[in-house]
Ligand binder design. Structure first.
Ligand code: GUN
Length: 282
């Protein structure tokens, strides 16, 4: 049984970004927009800024009050779109209730859209055209590759169908010739799928929901859930302690220390990629 350590892979990605940034003549700018007071988002945004600065980016956080209007937010995004010192823009989700994320996906210009949310980038992901793709899915692929876990021809179960993770990751895995089933909370007979899976990926936000009773053959387990329990501890969507005892658990990501660090490392890499793709296109 192998523990899939995301910290090692994230470090490798960060080192490579740092080296490339050092060799560039210009300093790249990363802008992160946070609206409101979501405590988890505040922690993520602070973490992103810390890593960005350490690697050599100019990092700018724009923290807006929770009553920010749609017009004001769009105005800021457009200002950053036309600012030549900014190479990547991220709008942290979730947004406060009165703002609908669907009103903003297309506002960040595709070549600065380091979350890969713009319909142009989503389309390019589906058409397998190089573009900016979402960070967590890229991180999962990097982890699978690092540990030589085969994707091609494998039965892969993706639990969760979010725009941020489930849908783009399923598409990326399919682009790598995996046979992917996308499941979610309304799926009937979940176990019929999971017991036949070679890889199970959870991103559904149900603390410790999946245990070894869901396994039916040797399987690699990727847990993207980050849930905070009442006692303050963090856990994934899988019951890690139960899974590691199963004869079917070939490999598993811990939470924390699995996919989490890869999301930020991929974000840094996407900002560099944004710069390179744009430079190649002009
Ligand atoms: N909220 C949690 N993770 C993410 C992410 O990767 N991107 C954005 N924009 N918001 C998030």
């Amino acid at each position: 049984m192998q523990i899939l350590d995301g910290k090692i892979v994230a470090k490798k990605i960060r080192s490579s970004v740092k080296r490339e940034l050092f060799e560039l003549k210009e300093k790249l700018g990363l802008a992160v927009i946070l609206v409101g007071e979501n405590p988890a988002s505040k922690i993520y945004v602070a973490k992103k800024e810390k890593v960005a600065k350490r690697l050599g980016f100019n990092s700018y956080n724009f923290c807006l009050p929770s009553n920010t209007t749609k017009a004001l937010l769009i105005n800021l995004i457009h200002r950053l779109n036309s600012d030549d010192t900014i190479h990547g823009i991220l709008l942290q989700l979730p947004l406060p209730e009165h703002l609908n994320p669907k009103d903003f996906y297309h506002q960040i210009v595709p070549h600065k859209d380091i979350d890969g949310f713009h319909p142009t980038n989503v389309g390019k992901l589906h058409l397998e055209i190089p573009a900016l793709y979402p960070c967590t899915p890229i991180g999962v692929i990097a982890l699978l590759k690092y540990y030589n876990i085969q994707i091609e021809g494998q039965n892969i179960v993706m639990i969760g169908r979010s725009n941020l993770v489930g849908k783009p990751l399923a598409q990326l895995l399919s682009n790598h010739e995996g046979s992917v089933s996308i499941l979610h909370h309304k799926t009937k007979d979940l176990k019929d799928f999971t017991k036949n899976a070679d890889i199970i990926i959870t991103a559904c936000g149900d603390p410790k929901f999946f245990n070894s009773s869901y396994l039916g053959r040797p399987c690699s387990l990727i847990d993207i859930g980050i849930n905070r329990l009442e006692d303050g501890s963090i856990c994934g969507d899988m019951d890690y302690q139960d899974m590691i005892k199963s004869k079917y658990c070939k490999a598993i990501t811990p939470v924390p220390g699995g996919i989490g660090p890869l999301t930020i490392a991929s974000l840094m890499n996407n900002t560099l990629k944004a710069f390179k793709l744009f430079k190649d296109s002009i």
